[in-house]
Design a protein. Structure first.
Length: 111
């Protein structure tokens, strides 16, 4: 199979029928192959975050990265924010590994 490797809201488009479709396959690669370690920081999965902290430059492509990124997109849709966010990219890998996520009940205002 093939993994997208850069799922984020900017790469999800609406078709003429109003269906969500994925675009921008510039970082897509075959699952199980080795590729350059790169990702959009707000959508880092724990494995990629750990590899960043270890200063690795290569990674093995997995479907789990896309699954994590899709979960992050859904979280943003429901809660209006990312589960982990910082304007300083260096803060994100440790946050993904060690911070608690603030869930919807704590981020939404009462009606």
């Amino acid at each position: 199979g093939v993994a997208h490797n850069d799922l984020k809201p900017e790469n999800v488009f609406l078709s003429e029928e109003g269906k969500a479709v994925i675009g921008d396959f510039g970082l897509a690669a075959e699952v199980g192959t080795s590729t350059r370690l790169q990702s959009t920081p707000a959508f880092l999965d724990p494995q990629t975050a750990e590899e960043y902290l270890q200063r690795k430059t290569e990674t093995v492509v997995t479907e789990e990265r896309d699954a994590w990124a899709l979960g992050t997109i859904i979280f943003e849709i429901w809660c209006g924010s990312y589960p982990f966010f910082s304007f300083e990219e260096a803060v994100l890998p440790p946050a993904v590994l060690w911070q608690n996520v603030v869930f919807m009940s704590k981020t939404t205002r009462p009606a």
